[in-house]
Design a protein around this ligand. Structure first.
Ligand SMILES: Nc1ncnc2c1ncn2[C@@H]1O[C@H](COP(=O)(O)OP(=O)(O)OP(=O)(O)O)[C@@H](O)[C@H]1O
Ligand code: SF4
Ligand SMILES: [Mg+2]
Length: 327
């Protein structure tokens, strides 16, 4: 896929430091460990990985809700790291985050109309009348009744609340929406409706999406390209067709093998690959390939030598000494 690069992250690192158990000891957890990626205008880049692999931290670093520890984030060619809050403001408007939990992310004491209007008020965009009109328009855009703007979040269902979160994210007319597991907290029956809404909005408003999920099933239908994260690193990145059709990284292969809807009766059946154990603690990263303690095909080389992310085929990146499906 060609197109202007809207967002470019280069070697983004984010560490969190906490007090250790021993007096004076400090634990440094590297939640994001050198992520580089590009998001092009109009595309959807899906990011997947298990809980704790650093997806939300990466999302927050990209939209500058968290300062990076090191590395660069460029938005439309402008370096964002190191900018003051005031300098960041015009860029932040262009990049909005939709949160995972529509219950926790809406202030229960404010009306939903105020919640959607707040970004416009904070940025002093328009008169009260104009803001009111825009809020009603946004409600229609996301499929909600504009007559409900004086209600409170608890009066809405989970799916409706996520529509409110989406309306809020759109209020400043962003070009990039970073959606952090926007449907994970919703019932399966509602997930498809919200995903369809997001697809429609992408088309009508020409949005670019970074779409985060913990399973490959959810991002399949919405992503042009997919990045797979493990322990704060991108271990595979490529076009969605390639990732789903012939995954290169053993972790991607394992994630794919356990998504039921990707293994229906029409498709050649994949062998279910069980990866044992949990994602290791990011303050105790294994030597060599981070995935080696859980990898079914690990060798001695994997235990000592860290595989770099390389472009194995045009547009297909993988960090593995023994990539799969390459013949
Ligand atoms: N504010 C923080 N302080 C300390 N550690 C943090 C902080 N935020 C995240 N972490 C740690 O960073 C790692 C990555 O967390 P993050 O929330 O980014 O993962 P995630 O992939 O979004 O997980 P989930 O799927 O559960 O949302 C975890 O080990 C987490 O404990
Ligand atoms: S480098 Fe080795 S341990 Fe890591 S994913 Fe590849 S085969 Fe598995
Ligand atoms: Mg998260």
């Amino acid at each position: 896929m060609s197109g202007e690069v809207l967002l470019r992250a280069t070697d983004v690192v984010k560490t969190f430091t906490s007090r250790g158990k021993k007096l004076g000891a400090r634990n440094v957890a590297t939640a994001v460990n050198g992520v580089s990626l590009e998001v092009r205008r109009g595309e959807t880049l899906g990011i997947v990985g298990e809980s704790g692999c650093g997806k939300s931290t990466l999302a927050r670093c990209l939209v500058q809700l968290l300062p990076v520890t090191s590395g660069s984030v460029e938005f439309r060619g402008v370096e964002l790291t190191g900018l003051s809050r005031r300098q960041l403001r015009p860029h932040r408007r262009e990049m909005q985050l939709v949160f995972q939990d529509p219950y926790a992310s809406l202030n229960p004491r404010r009306t939903v109309g105020d919640i959607v209007a707040d970004p416009m008020r904070i940025n002093k965009i328009g008169s009260d009348q104009e803001i009111g009109d825009r809020v009603r328009d946004l409600f229609v855009t996301v499929g909600l009744d504009p007559a409900s703007i004086r209600r409170y979040p608890h009066e809405f269902s989970g799916g409706q609340r996520q529509r409110i979160g989406i309306a809020r994210s759109l209020s400043l007319n962003p070009s990039l929406v970073v959606a952090d597991e926007p449907v994970s907290a919703l019932d399966v029956s509602v997930q498809a409706q919200v995903l369809n809404l997001m697809a429609d909005l992408q088309e009508s408003l020409q949005l670019t999406y970074l779409f985060i999920a913990h399973d490959l099933g959810v991002v399949r239908h919405v992503s042009d390209r997919v990045g797979v994260m493990y322990l704060g690193e991108i271990v595979e990145l490529g076009d969605a067709e390639g990732i789903y059709g012939s995954p290169l990284h053993p972790y991607t292969e394992a994630l794919l093998s356990v998504v039921p809807e990707l293994n229906d009766t029409d498709a050649p059946r994949r062998e279910r690959i069980l990866i044992t154990g949990d994602v290791p603690d990011p303050s105790a990263r294994p030597d060599g390939c981070s995935f080696h303690p859980r990898c079914p095909v690990a060798t001695d080389e994997c235990r000592t030598l860290k595989p770099p992310l390389i472009e194995l085929r045009p547009g297909r990146f993988v960090a593995c000494h023994h990539p799969r499906n390459i013949d």
